[in-house]
Write a protein that binds this ligand. Sequence first.
Ligand SMILES: NC(=O)c1ccc[n+]([C@@H]2O[C@H](COP(=O)([O-])OP(=O)(O)OC[C@H]3O[C@@H](n4cnc5c(N)ncnc54)[C@H](OP(=O)(O)O)[C@@H]3O)[C@@H](O)[C@H]2O)c1
Length: 222
Amino acid sequence: MGRQVLGLADELGFDLAGVVSRHHPGDAIATRWFPGLDALPSAPDVLIDFTLPAGTAAAARWCADHDVALVTGTTGLDRVQTGTLSAAAERVPVLQAANFSPGVNTLMALLGQAAGWLDEIRAVHVTDVHHVHKKDAPSGTALALAAALAPLEAEIESRREGEVVGDHEVRLELPGETLTIAHHAADRAIFARGALRAARWLNAQPPGRYGPLDWITASKQG
Ligand SMILES: NC(=O)c1ccc[n+]([C@@H]2O[C@H](COP(=O)([O-])OP(=O)(O)OC[C@H]3O[C@@H](n4cnc5c(N)ncnc54)[C@H](OP(=O)(O)O)[C@@H]3O)[C@@H](O)[C@H]2O)c1
């Protein structure tokens, strides 16, 4: 994902402060690479984080200490790591999204509407299919889709196959009918584009904890 963000940053008019990861990238990116956040020559306006949960928690602490807004797409955070994001949000704006695609966030909003309209949902099934390199299961998106239907309990099935970018399906069992809504991601660039757009919006926000619908709703109104 870091490479996807990097690939779109210029096109979307961002001035790149640097690329941070623990290991040397070993290619052309190396000219813009730093081995840690403290090695950056100056603090950026916004940090876009797609790492693993420990990296995200460290990034949140660093952003709070350096007055840097944080956009994070990392999934699989535990309660303590999530608490670190909330603590940082008391000092800087923090936007966390399990999925930055416009389609999935629309699906999220539709599910909230469905839960309000349908009062006889008997069962909820969520399926996520992703590439075999993905570390967490269920996916953060599957958990967020299930949460959009709370307090209904959802059964989640996760499958890891080949290089699948990300497929999600939500099935609502109703008396005598089934409502199925599905999303297929074909290109990881959609997540990077969303994260960059969210970063531009977040940079103008006061400290606080934000989700993808805050940014999408505000940009539709604006
Ligand atoms: N929200 C969304 O729309 C969305 C979309 C796609 C993926 N994701 C999530 O984004 C995360 C990253 O996905 P990915 O496919 O890019 O994974 P990836 O290819 O494994 O890349 C993870 C990167 O994080 C770095 N990293 C890992 N632990 C770190 C730490 N403690 N400190 C600093 N850097 C660390 C790794 O580099 P080094 O090992 O060199 O440090 C690596 O460059 C996952 O949680 C995934 O589920 C979210």
